[in-house]
Design a protein around this ligand. Structure first.
Ligand code: SF4
Length: 400
């Protein structure tokens, strides 16, 4: 992995791509932008909400990386990258403005196709002939090439009190018709369809935080049990820290392979502003859960999202990386996205080069600590579309 490949992924993650009509300019090799009404196009290709950073679509760069590219207006407002309305699958050209503000051909990417069965209807057995069924894309989505991802419960207790994280869009998807609580039967049916198209190798299951001592982690158990009874694909779940470690034991012994315990934001003063509800969970409890989870799930099988661009300093970012590495947790570094209809208006990092420097630093430290993100068997770290931490660690290994 070359550092410049990590730089390109940082650029795509940070800037996103504007969708417009690109036409030939007066000079050969130069192109012009014709603005089009692109909201409907963006909505049709970008997932609006759900597990992980929404508002993007999935593309592949050579055999180097897959990437979840931001497309929504608020996220791409400062981007100098452009493309035509994307094809359903296959190669497409990305254009970049040069110093004279003229568009030139940049890289080619491949759009990872949308599965063909998304609009088909799932009918519960007992509903045969009754009701209208549920479109498969309201149950789960395929992230990247082969990660089946879903939010098992779209409700989150912090939204009840207006204390939700400022970047979060979890409850909005309910208005868009996404099933609020998924059932094992729905996810088995989704997996069977994804399997027919060779689009499943692992799962990412997430959820809002629920009332009660397990934070809602018990809701995963019947789903994990059913998926493991029917398929052998590894499963990643994302949980809030728990006081009683027996809830982590239960996940492990039911069949969960990999876990995310997400601090989201660091330092603490910033975490309190960005995550007013979730920040009531102490940093000490995160540390206790991380340590226990690493002992239980094994090396490279515990991660924490670390959102960047929320106002942290470089030192604070480095401190966050050390905090996670001290606990042998993979920092899944993701530029915070101002998703439509959330309270977050912009990412404060000045440029994608700064994001690249963040990744470079974290990759070096990961390498030095012997962390191997490509060994994650399931979930966001295995998929890797939303972060360049895996590529940065690979680059640090090759160019120490
Ligand atoms: S890393 Fe992959 S699985 Fe995780 S949210 Fe992003 S696209 Fe989904």
């Amino acid at each position: 992995m070359e550092p410049r490949t990590v730089l390109l992924k940082s650029e795509l993650l940070f800037k996103g791509i504007k969708i417009e009509n690109i036409v030939d300019g007066p000079e050969q090799g130069h192109f012009l932008v014709q603005s089009i009404e692109n909201d409907a196009i963006v909505d049709s290709v970008a997932r609006k909400s759900g597990a992980g950073p929404a508002g993007g679509f999935f593309a592949q760069f050579r055999d180097q990386f897959q990437v979840n590219v931001p497309l929504q207006e608020k996220m791409v407002s400062r981007s100098d990258l452009f493309m035509n309305p994307p094809p359903p699958g296959g190669k497409f050209q990305v254009y970049k403005k040069n110093d004279e503000d003229v568009l030139e051909e940049y890289h080619r990417l491949v759009k990872i196709p949308t599965p063909s069965f998304y609009d088909d209807l799932y009918l519960e057995k007992e509903l045969h002939g009754v009701g209208s069924g549920i479109a498969f894309n309201k149950i789960a989505l395929v992230h990247g090439k082969n990660c089946v991802a879903t939010t098992v419960n779209q409700k989150c207790m912090y939204w009840n009190h207006g204390h939700q994280c400022t970047f979060c869009a979890i409850e909005q998807s309910i208005q868009e018709g996404v099933v609020q609580e998924k059932t094992p039967g729905q996810l088995i049916a989704f997996t069977e369809r994804a399997r027919q198209e060779n689009r499943v190798a692992h799962y990412t299951l997430t959820s809002g935080t629920q009332e009660g001592p397990d934070g809602g982690s018990g809701e995963y158990l019947p789903i994990v049990e059913a998926l493991k009874d029917n398929f052998k694909y590894p499963i990643h779940v994302q949980v809030a820290p728990v006081r009683d470690m027996k809830y982590l034991d239960r996940l492990y012994y039911t069949g969960v392979d990999n876990v995310g315990i997400h601090l989201e934001v660091h330092p603490e003063s910033l975490r309190k502003q960005v995550c007013p509800g979730k920040a009531t969970i102490s940093l000490g409890l995160f540390k206790k859960n991380w340590k226990y989870a690493v002992d239980l799930f094994g090396d490279n099988q515990v991660e924490s999202y670390l959102l960047v661009g929320l106002g942290e300093t470089r030192n604070q970012f480095e401190h966050a990386v050390e905090l996670m590495l001290q606990h042998e947790v993979i920092p899944f570094i993701v530029p915070a996205r101002p998703i439509k209809n959330t309270m977050l208006d912009e990412n404060h990092l000045p440029s994608h080069e700064v994001l690249f420097e963040y990744y470079k630093h974290a990759g070096k430290r990961m390498h030095e600590q012997g962390m191997r993100p490509w060994k994650a068997v399931a979930g966001c770290v295995r998929c890797g579309a939303c972060s360049a931490i895996k590529e940065a660690t690979l680059a640090a290994e090759k160019f120490p």
